[in-house]
Design a protein around this ligand. Structure first.
Ligand code: FA5
Length: 340
């Protein structure tokens, strides 16, 4: 009988050695220690053994049963530990690794310069206004002293909708909306996108950006205008820049000026951006025409004002020496990525 028990143990150990999963282990346990297992059989048969053998076989069967239970428990621990180690290995994260390079975008240089200028002007007490891209003829032309059939309309051809609405050609439309809502004295700026029918070249786009400025108060004069322009340019360029002021015609100002900046692309030698003149038209300006004040509900006998319209794209070109305006809105990230 002892021999038989030893054989059962040897069989069990051979099967156990092949076990590699917890499921297989449970199967082996059921086969050897379950109700229908060989040890249970031995115990059941004790009755039929001679008295003198009974105790010895029962004892031996119990020893073997305990040994099997111990070996099964040891195997279980071994398998559970292996499973935990495998999980740890598969979920391991190296927290010391460098971050994957992120693809975070950046502001477009036109936006950057716009926000800078907004900061400069708000620090001088200006309020920032906004206006719609899609305008009426009234705000874009009529209220700015440009009646229908006025030749000045030719300089700013635009895109017309069937219902008479147009894409605004300049941010000057924001002036008109500003006058409707704010009573003088006031200092406002209005940045934004504008649209024109243009044959594009190195310094002309069909959709570009301007920043309008308007100051209305008592006794405002040209000296106030020039001082504001100078403050703006020295704050933006942080160095002396060559500018010239010459007469310019716009129906909504009188007198009107063109403020040109010495071309920084070619150092005023002449190039396609400055049309070989050495000067770039940057910021027309002037004293607000009495008709415009009147159409905004302001008495020109009591108040006067100045206004200007800064070309933001050209300003960006001067600052970063960009030789063609068309790069700015090309959508080419090899270009825009340089401004991160
Ligand atoms: C105007 O748009 C006037 N509303 C500006 C103004 C405001 C004058 C207030 C007086 C008082 P102009 O068409 O020149 O003016 O445009 C103003 C600036 O916008 C130009 O000096 C230039 O810097 C920029 N600009 C004009 N056309 C284009 C274009 N096609 N592409 C890029 N920039 C342009």
């Amino acid at each position: 009988m002892t021999e038989e028990l030893n054989k059962i143990l040897a069989d069990f150990q051979a099967r156990l050695a092949e076990v590699s999963t917890l499921q297989q282990l449970d199967e082996v346990k059921t086969v050897y220690l379950g109700k229908k297992g060989p040890i249970t059989d031995v115990m059941k048969n004790l009755r039929s053994l001679p008295k003198e053998e009974k105790a010895a076989v029962g004892q031996a069967a119990n020893v073997i049963k305990s040994q099997m239970t111990e070996e099964i428990n040891a195997k279980r621990s071994e398998l559970e530990e292996a499973a935990i180690n495998e999980k740890i290995a598969s979920e391991w994260i190296d927290v010391t690794l460098d971050e994957a390079p992120s693809k975070i975008g950046a502001l477009h240089p036109v936006s950057t310069i716009q926000y800078e200028i907004e900061d400069i002007f708000t620090s001088m007490g200006f309020t920032v206004l906004d206006g719609p891209h899609c305008e009426t003829d009234h705000y874009n032309f009529e209220a700015l002293n440009i009646p229908k059939d006025h030749p000045a309309r030719d300089m700013q051809d635009t895109f017309y909708f069937d219902n008479g609405a147009i894409l605004r050609t300049h941010t000057s439309a924001i002036q008109v909306r500003g006058m409707e809502n704010i009573k003088p004295p006031f200092k406002i700026i209005g940045p934004g996108k504008v649209f024109r029918v243009e044959r594009t070249d190195a310094s002309h786009e069909a959709a570009f950006h301007q920043l309008e400025g308007m100051v209305v108060d008592k006794d405002i004069n040209v000296a106030n205008l020039i001082n504001t322009m100078k403050t703006l340019l020295s704050e933006i360029f942080k160095k002396d820049v060559n500018v010239r002021l010459r007469p310019g015609f716009f129906p909504f100002v009188e007198p009107g000026f063109e403020l040109d900046i010495s071309c920084m692309i070619c150092n005023a030698k002449g190039c396609s951006v400055c049309s070989q003149t050495g000067w770039v038209e940057l910021m027309p300006c002037g004293m607000v025409h009495p008709n415009v004040l009147r159409s905004g509900g302001i008495d020109p006998e009591e108040y006067s004002g100045f206004a200007f319209g800064l070309g933001l794209d050209r300003l960006v070109m001067m600052r970063y020496q960009i030789e063609d305006i068309r790069h700015l809105h090309s959508g080419d990230i090899r270009f825009s990525g340089q401004f991160k």
